[in-house]
Design a protein around this ligand. Structure first.
Ligand code: RIB
Length: 283
């Protein structure tokens, strides 16, 4: 097994401004919350950090503002072992996500993409990666470019935005949650993975369920970013030439472990931790 496959992640980096309140506000309602926390986030950055933590050699392709928040995000990604040398610094504010959590762990997220909208891959060679992982918090034209040029692509079709069906069809693997799955026509695709939260995940081939894995029982502290860790783990497993069956079990356990601390990058599991939980589940 190659323990450090080369993975490229193309996507967003955000500052997550997180507050906890008893119940999420309804439209027009004001509620009081605890102290605001500033945490590193963004689907792309979360996935890059998680893949590096799981042992892949990860390069992140993204864009942050030429501001303090951008510098802070890059330092944080670097501390997880992600190569950030190709990240652009642009004259727009660094992306920011406003995240509200309730007592039951439910969340609401509003993203102001800012600099993420300026990501440009024109001069980037994607051919050297074993696999490239991308998502939809960036310009859809960049995602279309990735699926056209990278040798192998995992597309996390999140958040749920309008997407050219040809882009979906060109991705080797599409990963979505249940809500996103309902918004997209996935039945003609060969390799779709649907995350089911506390119920685990399933793999579908041309609309037919091919495999289902139950999630390990955990007591979640914060589920924000768990889907990103799942996507990273699935991608790392495929980059190691594991089978989809093995990848699904590995990713389901990695995603569950990611819920055990506050913040999208607050509980990134190591490869050893995931393997230990997997062994426990099968004993
Ligand atoms: O998937 C979780 C991420 O979504 C958060 O970190 C937030 O930045 C939003 O992009």
């Amino acid at each position: 097994m190659n323990s450090a496959p080369r993975v490229g992640v193309v996507g967003s980096a955000n500052v997550d401004l997180v507050v906890r309140c008893r119940a999420l506000p309804r439209p027009g309602e004001t509620v009081l919350a605890g102290d605001v926390r500033r945490l590193a986030g963004g689907k792309g950055a979360n996935q890059a950090a998680a893949a590096a933590r799981l042992g892949a050699a990860v390069t992140f392709h993204g864009a942050v503002g030429d501001d303090e928040a951008g510098r802070w995000l890059l330092e944080s990604l670097g501390s997880h072992g992600v190569d950030v040398a190709r990240v652009a610094r642009v004259a727009r504010p660094t992306g920011t996500a406003f995240i509200t959590l309730d007592a039951a762990g439910e969340n609401q997220i509003v993203v102001a993409p800012g600099a993420n909208g300026s990501l440009d891959l024109a001069s980037v060679d994607l051919a050297s990666y074993a696999i490239v992982l991308t998502q939809l918090e960036i310009d859809p034209a960049v995602v279309a470019d990735v699926v056209a040029r990278a040798p192998r692509v995992v597309l996390n079709a999140a958040p749920a935005v309008a997407l050219d069906p040809a882009v979906l069809a060109r991705a080797d693997v599409v990963i979505v949650n249940e809500t996103e799955a309902e918004a997209l026509d996935l039945d003609r695709l060969d390799h779709v993975v649907v995350t089911l939260g506390a119920h685990g995940a399933e793999r579908r081939e041309r609309g037919r369920m091919a495999q289902r894995v139950a999630a390990p029982a955990v007591t979640p502290v914060d589920t924000v970013g768990a889907g990103d860790v799942f996507c990273a783990a699935y991608t790392v497993a495929l980059a190691r030439a594991w089978s989809p069956d093995e990848a699904l079990a590995y990713a389901t356990h990695a995603g569950a472990l990611a819920t055990l601390a506050l913040g999208a990058q607050g509980a990134l599991p190591t490869d050893q931790e995931v393997v230990t939980w997997l062994a426990r589940a099968s004993s």
